[in-house]
Design a protein. Structure first.
Length: 126
């Protein structure tokens, strides 16, 4: 399987920009512990005439690469996001293609079922 990308968004409506940035970098640190190709802030197009690119606050692009570009690798990434969500009490959305998984303050068992159902939708056809 070739390199896959996930869009991971920390949703923290009750947090200011500084707190949201802190949560995002904490989650980024957890994801970098995995054998992913990269975990980068989502770049944002800036107005014409502005140099560089901005970042979309709370959003990360995770490139799985060859090592994690399998269903088992996707599970590992989703379980890491799920565990971080449970520990932090924050809601996280993970987009994989057109499918979006929302991890909330549900119990770990409830979230495990949500992740399992999400992965079942992406399992290769037999």
């Amino acid at each position: 399987m070739k390199s896959q990308e996930l869009l991971v968004r920390v949703l923290a409506e009750d947090a200011d920009d500084a707190a949201l940035a802190k949560y995002t970098w904490q989650l980024r640190g957890a994801l970098l512990q995995l054998d992913v190709d990269s975990v980068s802030p989502l770049a944002e197009a800036l107005p014409v005439g502005t140099k560089g690119v901005g970042e979309v606050l709370g959003a990360l692009v995770v490139r799985l690469g060859a090592a994690l570009g399998t269903l088992a690798g996707l599970r590992l990434v989703l379980e890491t996001v799920r565990d971080w969500s449970v520990l932090s009490g924050r809601t996280v959305e993970v987009a994989y293609g057109d499918d979006v998984l929302k991890l909330t303050r549900a119990t770990k068992q409830e979230q495990k079922k949500i992740v399992d159902d999400f992965l079942a939708r992406h399992a290769p056809a037999e």
